[in-house]
Design a binder for this molecule. Structure first.
Ligand code: DGJ
Length: 676
């Protein structure tokens, strides 16, 4: 047995396998060429403790003296039986003392410095084994004493919350059958006061779309950990002799450059295995334009208006299938409603195609309405016996699998559909089935992807209640939130984007008065907010004025021009001394080109706002800064001279360190700046 030292992109992972068990002795900054002398990673022995130094193994347990939350609640420790290093992946095989339980742990440090860890547990006994839980734990240093994670509500996803990490456990549990609007998303521990650009941070995310828990623990024993695993009900995971259970991947990232440093590893890693094959098409989604009022004439006119402004994909949302006149019925009956669509969807799709646009369709396969024909035919397929939720229940995917695959295959075969918006609008309130539901969902998505590789899929769950790296390999877009209100969207997109690259995050231009909040926002602010991600429109364009349509067409043209940069560059966000001011942007990988948005969320704290300091530029290169997009509303007697002059040229070092005087934007405005 030996010491494995994996290094990549400024990150080191040291794994000491010389004892009875394997120990992660370092996960963090690069340690250089290291030949660790004996004892380097061995702590002192305190009084009133076990009589040997305490070290946390890969599967920390009571048996080794760890009285914190264990990796597996079975009490006993695991012994390492074999270790193996293949390129950047260490494989550790461990066994229980009686050899009836075996665990294989894989630890991979990717070229981008992202660490992935998972366990596979196998029952080698002669009897069924009920697995209580199996989690992945990683040690973090004592300096990581401040926590950031997320909570949220419908239309308010990924609301950040921060707190000191005290002795004890801060544990977030998701019991929704989906990550949920309040998903912890990322558990970040860092040096006090860490920000987007500063501080050392250690973060974990569980790549899983079902029930899960994720936590940080600081123990009086002197160790701190981040941990996560699937949350299973008692008895949910039953393993017959020879059967295995594999945990989801724990994705772990270290950065010594704040939260942007996390994105700097995560985004390139996600992009390296991305299956997005073409530029993200500009979408028009019919939901907030017509809701359930499906009518070929109206939708045909909407398609014409969409094409006129430059839309590339027209998505028919909820309301097209048999009997679906409102949100109280018909889920499960995935047949085109011939009362509304006597010739099927063909006339609409032909019109969409005639304009050179792709056609997309909304579905919600995991659900069933109690009054549907499907429910009458298969009452035993219905889960959730308690209260309905949006008047619907969950469908048992293990039973309905063939039906769903057949129906979706039939639709995708009959109609030239390029995109499915795959929705999921209620929590699963049946204990003990989330594991099999989630696995069945992954299987169904994978089967469809294999049969229809050209069909893109969007993960939507009442907005952004299912955005995670477990489903990401099977989908092409996330619906970030049901709110199209730009004020709320600024924050939701900013935080979701720490993990997910912008090209996956749907952001739509809504009507002037947002349907969810009733707040009215300027067109320029709405356009600037929807510019950066996978852009789209969710507005009845047939009711837009000619001036509004011209503004939208110009915005779409600008988005298409900037799209190669926006969807491949490094995402940067400034730490602002004034919470009313946000600055975010995207900088090309070679740092020759960038776009930033200066955003005012409210009234600035002082008469003069802080200067605009541009993160991420090449200090030794000169940049021309010029405003683009719709000029924001200001309230100032005179603008800063550089802006009045239409731009300025300065070295990157000056733009980053000193910055430019900011104009006085009124609340809820955005100034877009292009640097080249
Ligand atoms: C919830 C989604 O998030 C919305 O965008 C829309 O598709 C509705 N469901 C349709 O029922």
């Amino acid at each position: 047995m030996t010491v494995f030292h994996l290094r990549a992109a400024g990150v080191s992972l040291v794994l000491d396998t010389r004892g009875d068990a394997a120990y992660i002795t370092h996960w963090g900054p690069d340690l250089g060429d290291l030949d660790p002398p004996d004892g380097l990673f061995t702590p002192a022995v305190p009084p009133s403790s076990i009589d040997v130094p305490l070290r946390l193994s890969l599967l920390p347990s009571l048996a080794e003296g760890w009285s914190g939350r264990p990796a597996i609640e079975s009490g006993h420790g695991f012994r390492t039986v074999e270790t193996h290093l293949h390129e950047q992946t260490a494989v550790i095989r461990s066994a229980s003392p009686d050899a009836t339980q075996k665990v294989v742990t894989e630890l991979e440090l990717t070229g981008q410095g992202v660490l992935r860890v998972r366990h596979r547990f196998t029952n080698r006994g002669h009897d069924e084994f009920v697995l209580p839980n199996l989690d992945v734990l990683l040690p973090i240093p004592a300096e990581a004493s401040e926590l950031l994670d997320f909570t949220g509500l419908w239309s308010h996803e990924r609301s950040p919350q921060r707190a000191p990490l005290r002795h004890g456990i801060w544990s977030r549990e998701s019991r929704h059958g989906r990550p949920g609007h309040d998903d912890a998303f990322l558990m970040v521990a860092g040096t006090p006061g860490f920000g987007f650009r500063t501080g050392r941070v250690w973060a974990v995310h569980l790549a899983w779309s079902g029930d899960k828990r994720i936590w940080a623990e600081r123990s009086a024993l002197g160790c701190s950990v981040l941990g996560a695993g699937e949350l299973t009900a008692p008895g949910e995971i039953r393993l017959a002799p020879g059967e295995s259970y594999e945990t989801p991947w724990l994705v772990a990232v270290f950065s010594d450059a704040g939260l942007d440093g996390l994105s700097d590893r995560l985004h390139p890693w996600i992009r390296a295995s991305s299956h997005l094959r073409k530029p993200r098409p500009v979408v028009l989604n019919t939901w907030e334009a017509v809701y359930f009022n499906h009518d070929l004439t109206v939708l045909g006119q909407l398609a014409d208006a969409a094409a006129e402004v430059g839309v590339e994909r027209f998505v028919l949302d909820d309301g097209w299938f048999t009997g679906r006149r409102d949100d109280r019925r018909a889920l499960g009956d995935w047949f085109v409603d011939d009362a509304v669509w006597p010739q099927g969807l063909h006339p609409l799709i032909s019109r969409v195609h005639a304009h050179g646009m792709e056609f997309g369709l909304w579905v919600e396969p995991e659900m069933i309405s109690p009054d549907s024909r499907l429910a009458t035919a298969h009452p035993d397929w219905i889960l959730d016996s308690g209260p309905t939720w949006r008047w619907q229940r969950s469908l048992d995917l293990t039973r309905a699998y063939d039906y769903l695959l057949d129906r979706l295959t039939a639709l995708l075969t009959e109609y030239p559909i390029a995109f499915l918006k795959w929705d999921h609008n209620r929590d699963l309130l049946t204990p003990g089935v989330a594991h099999r539901q989630t696995r069945a969902l992954y299987r169904l998505l994978a089967a469809l992807k294999q049969a229809f590789p050209h069909v893109e899929i969007e993960s939507c769950a009442s907005g952004g209640a299912r955005i995670d790296l477990g489903i990401l390999p099977l989908v092409d877009r996330f619906w970030t939130s049901d709110t199209n209100d730009p004020l709320d969207r600024q924050s939701i997109q900013r935080w979701t984007g720490v993990l997910i690259p912008p090209e996956y995050l749907g952001g739509h231009l809504g009507a002037g008065t947002a349907h969810v909040t009733g707040r009215t926002s300027a067109l320029g602010f709405r356009l600037a907010t929807a510019l950066f991600g996978s852009a789209g429109i969710e507005w009845n364009l047939t009711a837009a004025s000619p001036a509004e349509k011209a503004g939208i067409a110009a915005w779409i043209a600008e988005h298409k021009r900037l799209r190669p940069l926006l969807h491949s560059g490094r995402v940067v966000r400034a730490d602002s001394p004034d919470p009313a001011h946000l600055l975010h942007g995207v900088v090309a990988q070679d740092r020759t080109h960038a776009v930033y948005a200066l955003v005012t969320l409210g009234t600035p704290a002082a008469a003069l706002p802080p200067p605009i300091r541009f993160p991420g530029l090449d200090p030794d290169r000169s940049y021309t800064v010029r405003p683009i997009g719709v000029p924001p509303r200001t309230m100032q007697d005179a603008p800063p001279p550089w802006l009045a002059a239409g731009g300025i040229m300065l070295p990157g070092r000056v733009l980053t360190e000193l910055g430019l005087p900011a104009p006085l934007l009124t609340p809820e405005q955005a100034l877009l700046l292009e640097l080249s």
